[in-house]
Design a protein around this ligand. Structure first.
Ligand SMILES: Cc1ncc(C[n+]2csc(CCOP(=O)(O)OP(=O)(O)O)c2C)c(N)n1
Length: 640
């Protein structure tokens, strides 16, 4: 497509030069550009397509970046990136060294707040508005929130606070009825009723039914009630709840009509206090395949623009997600106590099949990780065996609930943490690097990481049978391709597995690091370093006996984990040996304690020395640095 405007828009100032009646042309070009780029490199697509007109209207009307736009989640902000000077860099989005898939302050002054976890927009915007007023400044603050993000606890806390502080903040509610899958919950129902005016119509029907039941007076009263209801209509719909909470409410309006958007937002801009503009949009708008299958096009890999077909990678082993999804169904078939809970991620966490097969035992609680954990704990208190499937990064939000509710009551809740480790393109907000640390800090929590997809099945089975909270974390990847056992096994808690024996060094590997360490050990053989490799299985409790014996026997130990080095598995091993007064040198292979950028997982693994080459190199260098280590060790042991 030849662009009439897009190629000359390098900032919102350029956008403002476009005649208002031609803005739909910009919308069309923006969509075309987004689709053509994302088809080549993958990324979040459907939400950004739905927010195109809103993005144009906001930058057309407001004086950004002086006026602040705070996006919720930020996966819908691709258009915003393109219109704010990043058009040429857009093809690098989510790739190592390229621009981020989410708004990031360091990247652009137009990105006012770092986002990616849902629910933060209103709180962030309110903070900015309060700062603005305290500092005597004068600019607009706009929070853009999706209908699913709106239902998250943090967002509701923000609404609660904004409604009382009465600050001048414009909240745009972008209602497309979708989370990643269809939005769920009572609030979603309320928004739907606003859009369709059902609250009013239902009340009207109820009143009419009651009046008809009154003998004789019925017809006359009916006439009177109709008049009354008509005049009360504006009180009943729409947005009454928001009005009651201290907001002005405007809407619902068509979020794909630039005229409607510009008119209503211009009005909203002038209002003195909190105002909520409710716009209705379609996820995937403008790309028929995404309109039809918005869940599939929420986040995409490469695809063919004309057919919409995804480029399939050659068949590999099943993903950990898929293996979990199948295993929980198998276990639930024979154990009626098993229930599954997701916080708006049924597809991502592999629970779709469970939701179809066990609808009474499946709960999508919406973007509500905190509630999910406490709700699961309640279920566990009364005899159920809840499995809470949440991405490692999103469970961070429910840390207090895991401690205060699950752990303090020793409730048998199983936490299944997908995306443990480096997730790749989504970057720092999504890397699951902290779970091993934050979960193992909690008393009574059992923390496991499978070496392969077969072990994941046994760990799930084991966790569900434990009388304690347990967590299983695994990476966002395909499994190893191992043969699957027909039956489930209970693993002994806190016991590792010796996979290979070698006389010089001991490698303690956790989860996804086990196979790379095994391969590294084979390579080290050729360099004259014989390694024992242990599959640690448990981050907590540690296999103390095995670790202590290994430390006493070997020249040095290596710990390997795909998690942050600060307080992780390596630290736990070091602390154990220190406490037992066992002298040991430990090489810790882990992710450094700093913010890890986005980029393809294999690139990041190589960068931090977590791939086979990196492991070999690190061990080789460590061995060279301590040539006399073994003699030292034996002498010190003889002394003790
Ligand atoms: C705390 C948290 N949980 C889960 C997610 C995963 N997630 C990303 S986008 C999304 C749906 C957002 O829907 P909505 O807010 O309505 O925005 P839309 O994509 O429809 O524009 C979810 C659940 C997240 N980003 N943050």
């Amino acid at each position: 497509m030849d662009y009439k405007y897009l190629t000359s828009i390098d900032s919102p100032a350029d956008l403002k030069k476009v005649p208002r009646q031609d803005l739909p042309i910009v919308a069309e070009e923006l969509r075309d550009y987004m689709i053509s780029v994302i088809a080549k490199i993958g990324g979040h697509l459907a939400s950004s397509l739905g927010a195109v007109e809103l993005t144009i209207a906001l930058h057309y009307l407001f004086d950004t970046p002086r006026d602040k736009i705070v996006w919720d989640v930020g996966h819908q902000a691709y258009g915003h990136k393109i219109l704010t000077g990043r058009r040429d860099r857009f093809p690098t989005i989510r790739q190592y060294g390229g621009i981020s898939g989410f708004p990031v302050r360091d990247e652009s002054p137009y990105d006012t707040f770092n986002v990616a976890h849902a629910g933060t927009a209103i709180s962030g915007a309110l903070g900015m508005a309060v700062a603005r007023d305290l500092l005597g400044e004068n600019y607009h603050v706009v929070a853009v929130v999706g209908d699913a993000g709106l239902t998250s606890g943090v967002e509701l806390e923000g609404i609660n606070n904004l409604g009382t502080l009465k600050k001048k903040v414009l909240v745009v509610l972008n209602d497309n009825k979708m989370s990643i899958s269809p939005n769920v919950g009572a609030f979603a129902g309320y928004l739907n009723r606003i859009v369709h005016g059902q609250a009013y119509h239902r009340l009207r029907e109820e009143v009419e039914k009651m009046i008809r039941a009154v003998p004789r007076l019925g017809p006359r009263l009916l006439k009177l009630s109709k008049d009354l209801m008509e005049s009360a209509k504006s009180m009943l719909i729409p947005g009454l709840v928001f009005e009651e909470l201290g907001f002005e409410y405007l809407g619902p309006i068509n979020g794909h009509s630039l005229d409607d958007l510009l008119n209503v937002l211009a009005k909203a801009k002038e209002r003195p206090g909190p105002i909520l503009v409710h716009i209705v949009t379609q996820k995937g708008k403008g790309y028929p395949h995404a309109e039809k299958l918005p869940i599939k096009y929420h986040g995409v890999t490469q695809f063919d623009v004309s057919t919409g077909a995804f480029h399939k990678a050659p068949a590999q082993a099943p993903s950990y997600t898929a293996v979990f999804g199948k295993a929980i169904c198998e276990i639930a078939e024979t154990d009626p106590r098993v229930v599954a809970i997701t916080a708006a991620m049924s597809e991502g966490t592999g629970l779709s099949e469970f939701s179809r097969r066990f609808p009474d035992r499946f709960f999508d609680v919406g973007i509500a990780e905190q509630h999910a954990v406490t709700f699961a704990t309640g279920l566990a208190c009364e005899g159920m065996r809840p499995v809470v499937a949440i991405y490692s990064t999103f469970l961070q939000r429910a840390f207090d609930q895991v401690m205060h509710d699950t752990c303090l009551m020793s409730a048998p809740v199983t936490f299944v943490l997908d995306r443990g480790g480096l997730v790749g393109a989504d970057g720092p907000t999504h890397h699951g690097l902290y779970d091993l640390v934050y979960l193992s800090a909690l008393p009574g929590m059992v923390v496991m990481a499978p070496k392969d997809e077969n072990e994941l099945r046994h760990m799930l089975y084991t966790a569900i049978r434990l009388k304690a909270p347990a967590a299983i974390r695994f990476p966002r990847s395909n499994g190893i391709g191992v043969t699957m056992d027909a039956d489930f096994k209970t693993l002994e808690t806190g016991k590792g597995e010796i996979l290979r024996e070698g006389s010089d060094i001991g490698i303690l590997a956790l989860g996804a690091m086990v196979y790379p360490c095994l391969e590294a050990a084979t390579r080290l053989d050729a360099l004259g370093i014989q390694a024992t490799v242990i599959n640690a299985r448990f981050m907590k409790p540690l296999d103390e006996e095995l670790i202590c014996c290994l430390a006493a026997e070997k020249q040095f130990l290596v710990t390997a984990e795909e998690g942050t080095e600060a307080g992780g598995f390596g630290s736990s091993v070091a602390t154990l040996l220190q406490d037992r007064k066992i002298p040991a040198s430990i090489l810790r292979i882990a992710v450094p304690d700093r913010i890890i950028p986005h980029g393809a997982p294999n690139l990041l693994h190589a960068k931090f020395g977590l791939d086979v080459d990196g492991i070999v190199e690190k061990i080789k260098n460590f061995a060279h640095a301590f040539p006399a280590r073994s003699e030292l060790r034996y002498r010190s042991l003889l002394r003790s």
